[in-house]
Design a protein around this ligand. Structure first.
Ligand SMILES: *[C@@H]1O[C@H](CO)[C@@H](O)[C@H](O)[C@H]1NC(C)=O
Ligand SMILES: *[C@@H]1O[C@H](CO)[C@@H](O)[C@H](O)[C@H]1NC(C)=O
Ligand SMILES: *[C@@H]1O[C@H](CO)[C@@H](O)[C@H](O)[C@H]1NC(C)=O
Ligand SMILES: *[C@@H]1O[C@H](CO)[C@@H](O)[C@H](O)[C@H]1NC(C)=O
Ligand SMILES: *[C@@H]1O[C@H](CO)[C@@H](O)[C@H](O)[C@H]1NC(C)=O
Ligand SMILES: *[C@@H]1O[C@H](CO)[C@@H](O)[C@H](O)[C@H]1NC(C)=O
Ligand SMILES: *[C@@H]1O[C@H](CO)[C@@H](O)[C@H](O)[C@H]1NC(C)=O
Ligand SMILES: *[C@@H]1O[C@H](CO)[C@@H](O)[C@H](O)[C@H]1NC(C)=O
Length: 906
């Protein structure tokens, strides 16, 4: 869903940019601190000393978790049994429990600075607490200087509970932990992924273990993990997510694990058929998590007998790839799950599920009472029609059938699902009309996504839904022409996407009021006319997309927190909005309007701008010097205005800018030397301005440059040397070169991800960038001197245009090495000498223009060149000294060659 994508991208940005800040402000939730029992004897002195020694190992405790741990103070303050996190036996006074763990928001993984937690090391003094049964130090930064998980913990023989999760340890898990023979609960989950174990046999010395969590511990070399686990008969919960396990493909002669209720083997790449996994006989399982395991093939029949199952997650297997034609990977849902009466959650999105959706529903449990609450079948290949009787799954809360090939109408019976909060049918082939009846009993619905079907929404404007809708996503549904009035009664909407909905109307009066809670709004690609609401500044919008409408009038004051604004492709006029409050703006796209005036100085307040696209307007004057901030700005497009002044110096320190388009303006002056410091530049488009002077030699230091267009300026001087420094162009990328895997530029990817699906002015440029199409166009300038032979190093170049300059000398002999060239224009220069024979090696060449030079001699032969000539017979014209085939077939003035290769008289 577009909305989620945007939020995700935005969230990622926030995370990436200000991760640490974010964390620092997170409220750390300590587990309930416990004082001593009032009746308990005061603590045992040597245990108190051990605790104080532990405290000594803690170098930072910003939240004062251990502030009650003191040697001085009143008598009762010295009682360590009353210290925070310490619990003693009320009989013996021995310390039994140390609870210093903190729960940490699991969605903020990967950030390493957690300065407000306990920092330091785990002191071996804990060994003095020989009655300790419960030790929880989770989510503190207690890895110490060595970073390794201390072996001595294996000597705390009375431990029943040990939680070291989230401590950023590195290296091996010590087998000494196997000495903790009374352990029932062990959590070593390491979300930093720094620890590993090559041999798990130490676990078999802990037969009493019930809960084992090794999430994120690298177990890639432990092939026999199922056998080891099978020797832990008390096990109730086993978590092995993200352990780099190589396979679950093992058969066990006898299954010991009769108590196992929870198994999480997600995020391991098994790459084998689902049926051959070892765990399908464990009928005690209630929770089975197998997402992201790359298992394929049929679902095992045994699944139908796992009647205890409450949650089954098989999602995200082969989601990203299109295995359409790869039959072995298809899953078809013939397995009968009718007996799984306890099933509450079934997650099968992105599992290559094929088949008829109605048949699938027929295989789902419909027991009494009916417990199925969540059904995720999105992003599969389901076909057929939604059955009417699906209204019988009355307990459904979440239903996701998006991104399938489901046809037909949406049955009215869907509206009977009174507990349904989340309905996702986007990107199917549904048709027909959605009416009020579809929501008749939908008392709980909060999230509805019907986008990208062939649906028509016919709901009267006074209809009020029985629920409080928050996400209304009807992109590409037919809702107009009048603006859908019923939306005004849904003041709780936060995300609204009614783009491409055939709305041809004014923005309604009630817009700002009724949508005052909306944060994400996309109404682009409609025919909205009239003006933007003057009181838009009172809205809560974070992202607003209104591109490709017919809006007129001025841009009013923007909502204060907005970070994405796309008003491109309208008829907006007047000045750019002055930035008063909306300083969070990151993406601003106003291209193709009728905006006039200067870019105001106040734009400098947009210190977080990443994308600025003001192309195709009537803007004039010089852009302010202070525009943009180095850490953010990546995309600057100001083309096709009347902007003037020198090459804008606001760009000077914006070293993250990868896209710069100043074309079709009135910029003048020299290209600055500092242009070489814009090291991220990939696309520089300066054509149709009045730049003069020479091209800064060091422009070739821009090693990422792939697109340089300076055509139609007054550039003089010679071509830059060291062209082979344009490293990017010395590579040949035949396929997509930024596919997110090679890590060439994650900035770039996240940027376009954020804009995917939106009208981006640079649709074609985006393609150029994505496919790494490489171009140099310096045509129509006053460039003199020779074409450096070194240019042939740019083997990735697809289009080279040096025409209409004053170049002299010869065409580089080895030009045939530029094997990606599709278009070569050297016309209207003063190039002399022969046309290099290697030119005929350029098999991709589909355009060649050499006319009006002083080229001489025999034209090289070759099928490719002949074909081109047939298409562009003027490509050699104006070179009096050329001769030979194919010219001789042609006009009078052209001649055949003499023996010496000069034109002779006919
Ligand atoms: C000790 O505490 C336990 C649990 O709180 C309680 O059941 C028991 O009665 C207490 N024993 C004494 C001697 O206070
Ligand atoms: C385990 O971690 C240690 C320390 O980082 C490393 O030297 C070793 O190679 C790792 N072993 C495996 C199998 O990854
Ligand atoms: C079952 O568990 C017991 C106790 O750990 C162990 O001795 C036995 O070998 C296990 N059986 C199998 C087949 O692994
Ligand atoms: C699991 O069940 C299959 C068939 O139901 C059987 O062949 C296999 O022996 C069983 N495995 C164990 C370990 O019980
Ligand atoms: C709907 O939800 C309510 C409240 O959670 C619950 O009591 C009721 O049983 C649910 N209805 C069905 C049919 O599951
Ligand atoms: C807005 O569009 C509607 C429907 O096309 C049309 O009737 C109305 O006149 C338009 N209003 C303006 C101000 O252009
Ligand atoms: C760019 O940075 C340099 C050094 O940090 C500074 O002196 C200069 O003023 C900056 N230029 C602009 C235009 O911000
Ligand atoms: C141009 O770049 C080279 C390094 O590639 C550097 O040595 C030289 O100083 C630069 N020249 C100017 C004028 O910046």
């Amino acid at each position: 869903m577009v909305a989620t994508m945007h939020r995700l991208a935005a969230a990622m940005l926030v995370l990436l940019c200000c991760c640490c800040l974010f964390l620092a402000t997170q409220q750390q939730q300590l587990q309930p601190a416990a004082g001593g029992n009032r009746a308990s004897p005061s603590c045992i002195p040597h245990e108190r000393d051990a605790l104080l020694a532990f405290k000594h190992g803690v170098t930072s405790d910003r939240r004062g978790v251990l502030s009650s741990w003191r040697r001085d103070g009143r008598h009762d303050e010295q009682d360590c049994c009353r210290w925070r996190g310490v619990r003693c036996s009320n009989r013996t006074g021995h310390v039994h429990e140390l609870r210093l763990g903190s729960t940490f928001p699991p969605d903020l993984l990967g950030c390493t600075i957690r300065a407000d937690l306990l920092v330091g090391q785990i002191s071996p003094s804990l060994l003095a607490l020989d009655h300790l049964e419960h030790l929880d130090l989770s989510w503190n930064d207690l890895a110490g200087p060595t970073g390794s998980l201390p072996e001595f913990l294996g000597s705390l023989k009375n431990l029943k509970y040990l939680n070291l999760s989230g401590i950023p340890f590195y290296g091996g898990v010590p087998p000494q932990l196997g000495n903790l023979s009374r352990l029932q609960y062990l959590d070593l989950s390491n979300l930093m992924g720094g620890t590993n174990s090559t041999d798990l046999s130490w676990l078999t010395h802990i037969p009493s273990i019930q809960y084992l969590n090794l999430d994120g511990v690298n177990l890639s070399t432990v092939a026999d993990w199922p056998r080891v686990m099978n020797m832990l008969p008390s096990l109730r919960a086993l978590h092995l997510s993200g352990c780099s396990l190589a396979s679950a493909n093992q058969s066990l002669p006898y299954l010991n694990l009769t108590n196992l209720e929870e198994l999480d083997a997600s995020a391991n790449s098994f790459h084998h058929p689902m049926v051959t996994s070892w765990f399908w006989n464990i009928t005690s399982l209630r929770f089975l998590y197998l997402s992201d395991t790359s298992m394929y093939g049929q679902f095992p029949d045994a699944l139908g007998d796992m009647t205890s199952l409450q949650v089954l997650d098989l999602s995200n297997n082969y989601c990203l790839y299109d295995y359409h034609d790869d039959n072995k990977n298809m899953h078809s849902m013939i397995t009968n799950l009718k007996n799984l009466c306890n099933l509450e959650v079934l997650k099968l999105e992105c599992t290559l599920l094929y088949g008829d959706v109605a048949e699938l529903f027929r295989n789902l449990p419909l027991c009494s009472p009916n417990k199925l609450q969540e059904l995720d079948l999105g992003w599969n290949h389901l076909t057929g029609m939604l059955p009417r009787w699906m209204g019988q799954f009355m307990s459904l809360v979440v239903l996701d059938l998006g991104r399938n090939y489901i046809t037909g109408h949406v049955p009215y019976e869907m509206g009977k699902l009174s507990n349904l909060t989340h309905l996702d049918l986007k990107r199917n082939k549904l048709d027909g009309t959605i009416t009020e009846e579809h929501f008749a009993s939908a008392r709980s619905l909060q999230y509805i996504d019907l986008s990208y079907n062939a649906l028509k929404i016919e709901i009267s404007s006074d209809w009020q839904p029985p629920s409080t809708l928050e996400y209304v996503l009807f992109a590409s549904c037919q809702m107009g022409p009048p603006f859908p009035g019923w939306l005004q009664w849904n003041v709780s909407i936060t995300d609204l996407d009614i783009s491409s909905a055939g709305i041809a109307d004014r923005i309604p009066q009630w817009f700002s009021d009724a949508f005052s809670n909306v944060e994400f709004m996309n109404i682009s690609n409609n025919q909205l006319n009239g003006t933007l609401p003057a009181d838009m500044g009172s809205m809560s919008l974070l992202s607003l997309y209104l591109s490709s409408n017919k809006l007129t009038g001025q841009i009013p004051t923007l909502p204060p927190n907005i970070h994405t604004l796309d008003l491109s492709n309208n008829f907006l006029s007047g000045p750019l909005p002055s930035a008063t409050r909306s300083t969070n703006l990151r993406y601003l796209s106003l291209f193709s309007n009728r905006l006039t005036g200067h870019i105001p100085e106040s734009f400098c307040k947009y210190q977080q701008l990443i994308v600025l696209d003001l192309s195709n307007n009537f803007l004039e004057g010089e852009p302010p010097l202070c525009l943009g901030v180095k850490e953010y700005m990546e995309f600057v497009a100001l083309s096709n205005n009347s902007l003037s002044g020198k090459f804008p110096s606001f760009l000077q320190n914006l070293t993250n800018v990868f896209f710069l388009d100043l074309s079709w303006n009135k910029f003048s002056g020299r290209l600055p030397m500092w242009i070489e410091s814009l090291t991220s530049l990939r696309v520089i488009q300066l054509s149709h301005n009045k730049f003069f002077g020479s091209i800064p030699m060091n422009i070739t230091n821009l090693s990422r440059l792939q697109y340089m267009d300076l055509n139609n300026n007054k550039i003089s001087g010679s071509l830059p040397i060291y062209l082979s420094n344009l490293k990017f162009m010395t590579n040949v990328y035949m396929i997509v070169c930024y596919d997110g895997r090679d890590g060439i530029d994650s900035h770039f990817n996240s940027l376009f991800m954020a804009w995917k699906g939106q009208e981006l002015n640079y649709g074609s440029i985006q393609r150029i960038v994505e496919t790494c199409m490489m171009i140099i166009d310096l045509s129509s300038n006053n460039i003199t001197g020779q074409i450096p032979e070194e240019i042939v190093a740019l083997v990735g170049l697809v289009n080279l245009n040096l025409s209409r300059n004053h170049l002299t000398g010869v065409i580089p002999k080895k030009i045939g090495e530029m094997r990606s060239l599709q278009s070569l224009d050297l016309s209207r220069n003063m190039l002399s000498g022969e046309i290099p024979a290697t030119l005929s090696n350029l098999t991709f060449l589909s355009y060649l223009e050499l006319s009006y030079n002083d080229l001489t001699g025999r034209i090289p032969s070759g099928v490719q060149l002949d074909t081109l000539y047939a298409e562009y017979p003027s490509m050699y014209i104006g070179n009096v000294g050329l001769c030979g085939h194919p010219l001789q077939k042609q006009l009078l003035e052209r001649a055949s060659c003499t023996k010496a290769g000069w034109p002779g008289k006919n």
